[in-house]
Design a protein around this ligand. Structure first.
Ligand code: AMP
Length: 209
């Protein structure tokens, strides 16, 4: 199975990707995670990506396409993978067609007020990447798995959240029609509790399998 998870920032793509990976034994490919790792390791790609990411802008297509092209060759992708945060432009979608044949595109829909609330309240563990929301932390400031102090992603700060949403509508939302026309789009309601949403997505994917 080769799956794309589409949806605006804050739709819960990372959480759903983790659930799908476990259930369908596929690899999780998150271009956002790969770029953050590249920045942390101060690689050439990381240096190129940082200014774009800090502004909530998209990293140039050729940079992310090259990352994905290499990543899918790794052994854990043999059984399939879920692409989380890629493609984000029609250009990337076209390049992906030269890399792999996609079986299904899951599009997670959510109204903007939900997204803004989710992104601004998100806190992440800098060690393991686990995500939390301030409303559910009850004052806790550390990761329940490894005790690291939780942080707010630079691009989750309010001013950047709005530009990320704008970029989503301009550059990524056209992919909904693109994949609908190919007959592989499955739209799901992202306002559902994350476990119910996971079941909904699994049902859609079982039907494709
Ligand atoms: P994410 O963790 O998926 O929300 O991605 C965080 C940031 O990484 C985005 O706001 C972009 O700056 C960059 N990024 C991630 N994936 C892509 C992509 N496919 N194309 C361009 N930029 C990306």
């Amino acid at each position: 199975m080769k799956i794309i998870l589409l949806g605006p920032p804050g739709a819960g793509k990372g959480t759903q990707a983790d659930l799908i990976c476990e259930r369908f034994s596929v690899a999780h490919i998150s271009t956002g995670d790969m770029l953050r790792a590249a920045i942390k390791n101060q690689t050439e790609t990381g240096l190129k990506a940082k200014t774009f990411m800090d502004q909530g802008a998209l990293v140039p297509d050729d940079v992310v396409i090259a990352l994905v092209r290499e990543r899918v060759l790794e052994p854990d992708c043999k059984n399939g993978y879920i692409l989380d945060g890629f493609p984000r432009t029609v250009e990337q979608a076209k390049a992906l067609e030269t890399i792999a044949a996609i079986d299904a595109v899951i599009d997670i829909n959510l109204p903007d007020d939900f997204l803004i609330e989710r992104l601004s309240g998100r806190r992440v563990c800098p060690q393991c990447g686990k995500s939390y929301h301030v409303d559910l932390l009850q004052g806790a400031t550390t990761c329940s798995d490894d005790g690291a102090t939780l942080v707010q992603r630079d691009d989750d700060k309010p001013e950047t959240v709005l530009s990320r949403l704008k970029v989503y509508y301009q550059k990524t939302a056209p992919l909904i029609e693109y994949y609908k026309a190919k007959g592989i789009l499955h739209a799901v309601d992202g306002t559902q509790y994350y476990k119910i949403l996971g079941e909904t997505i699994a049902k859609e994917l079982h039907a494709v399998q």
